[in-house]
Design a binder for this molecule. Sequence first.
Ligand code: PLP
Length: 407
Amino acid sequence: MNKIYMDNNATTAVKPEVLEAMLPYFCEQFGNPSSVHWAGRMVGGAIEKAREQVAELLNCSPAEVIFLSCGSEGDNYAIKGTADALKDKGNHIITTSVEHPAVLETCEALEKDGFEVTYLKVDHDGMLDLAELEAAITDKTILISVMWANNETGNIFPIEEIGQIAKKHKVRFHTDAVQAAGKIPVDVRKANVDMAVISGHKIGAPKGIGAMYLRRGTKISRFMHGGHQERNRRAGTHNVPGIVGLGVACDMALQNMDKDYKYVRNLRDKLEQGILASIAEVKLNGHPDADLRLPNTLNVSFNYIEGESLLLFFDMKGIAASSGSACTSGSLEPSHVMGAMGVDIVLAHSSTRFSLGSDNTEEEVDFILQELPQMVQRLREMSPLYNREEPTPLSCDECRMVNKACA
Ligand SMILES: *Cc1c(COP(=O)(O)O)cnc(C)c1O
């Protein structure tokens, strides 16, 4: 069975070039970069090179890049570190209702500590109302945190315009750029962003490495206490192989951005148009204008069926996709993003996300387009919500998949 991986917003494979660049830093160049002897000196340069590569992708200065353990840590640091550093100025934070849990749950935790958080609503297309954002700013507002692109729908938020609003009102602006970085241009200078977070494993580097852009002069409280690494901003011995890998992944993403954008978008558009044309009662979740979505993401709801059941059908054919987000699967709650968009509960439960990558091929898209209509049809026949004439008995395999006792 061929394996088709279309869950790149959950994680990506490490690119071979990235792995190769990392390998010397496990056994031969194993030193601690904080050591003054030869072993430490050997790796210091590699970290600084990676810092330049990250800075290049984000258009900032290398001195404004902090390496940390993952995207979630970056979001926690940006938000909690700001809340603590600016608590004498105010206690109000503005974010959106469709953020990744790394932002949402951090804000919720701060609410317990006396901070007030405005969670901006989105419309049916999953977009923000910038007038509402601006109107939410008070003299107590210390932070605006809006993701650059949404992991579930692929929607791209108008970060440059939000940056202008933040600048006008002198409010600090953080963006979770984990999904946007490497897929579309992320220029933190142009967008007037103060803090931005990226994660290695979403762009072909390994899991467990991330980076944060922190604009020069931005006051932030330490989050991780201990050693003096990262100019005293983030304690902990550097994950040297991870940092080297992240640098190479950023460099490759930058070099290949136009080519990858066109290639992946072409495949995604083909999948999207094929699904909308061949299956009835399908709803696209996200902005209908494909220019306003990441090139690789397609989120659709197949009315009457459970996204989770469809994923099991997919899995039997070797297709990996996701329902809701990786973080919500495993729970029966429909995704908070679908909820915020006002997607009807049945449709929210059937939401399915395909997130493509440059390793996908046209043959894979064709295969999915060939298999999907029958899978959806079969699941609809099994669905009590689907108005059908003669119920077809389930096969034993199907019973197992929908957790029904077999007749
Ligand atoms: C994956 C993801 C994160 C978390 O990154 P980790 O490195 O897995 O902690 C944060 N935000 C968004 C939008 C993501 O997609």
